[in-house]
Design a protein around this ligand. Sequence first.
Ligand SMILES: [Fe+2]
Ligand SMILES: [Fe+2]
Length: 263
Amino acid sequence: MEAYLNKGIKKIINQFPEVENILDEYGIGCAPCNVGTCLLKDIIEIHNLNTDEEQKIMARIAKIFYPGKVIKIPQIKRKNKARLKEISYSPPIKKLVEEHVLIKRWVALIPEVIKNLEVESKEGRQLILDGVDFIRSYADKYHHAKEEEILFKYFDEDLDILKVMHEDHKQARSHVKAILEALDRKDKAAIAEHFNAYGDLLNEHIKKEDEILYPWMDKNLSVTQIGELFSKFNEADEQIGYSSAKYEGFINRFEEKFKQKEL
Ligand SMILES: [Fe+2]
Ligand SMILES: [Fe+2]
């Protein structure tokens, strides 16, 4: 078992395709990820599974490696038990992680937006347009643009993981387009459907970036490149002419508005 634990997950999946299904059940999508640096034993730590889940998942995988045999599952030594809380990002990557926090606050408001959907009144339509403006101006032009036009350019864009990230951004844009088209038709169900799909997509996307992609990128960037990234991000923000603070104010107002409605 020890030998397999120290083997790259890509090789394991090639040899034992059933392992991929087990990982999928735990939301660990290794197959489309082409970073290729993770060993089987790292997968558990990277994805922050608890000890119970770790034992269950390893027992099932061991059955695939050694059908019909009883295998003692070694407890995987963790370098850091609370790894996720303690990932230390470089300053430019940390900036992107902080931008995610604001996007996640907006995504958390989507159920409230849907509950209050109103397409006939000016106020109701404005609420939808304000949400779309946040997505387009902040999540996309301010944040995704820094990833696509600056950060991702430091890596081989043919990597599957980067293709997946680009595809997520594209899909997010198509949901926004669909929301606006549905608003023209006053189609509440379609607006709700695409807001929900956008929220689910972004939650997953941000998780992949925060937990897998960014730490891996950080490990592979040189000190010079990190410095370069930092100044390129600042330049991009200056050029766009608005800051996170503008949209933080917007999210604060939105949260406040819905909190008052609940009172
Ligand atoms: Fe992204
Ligand atoms: Fe991002």
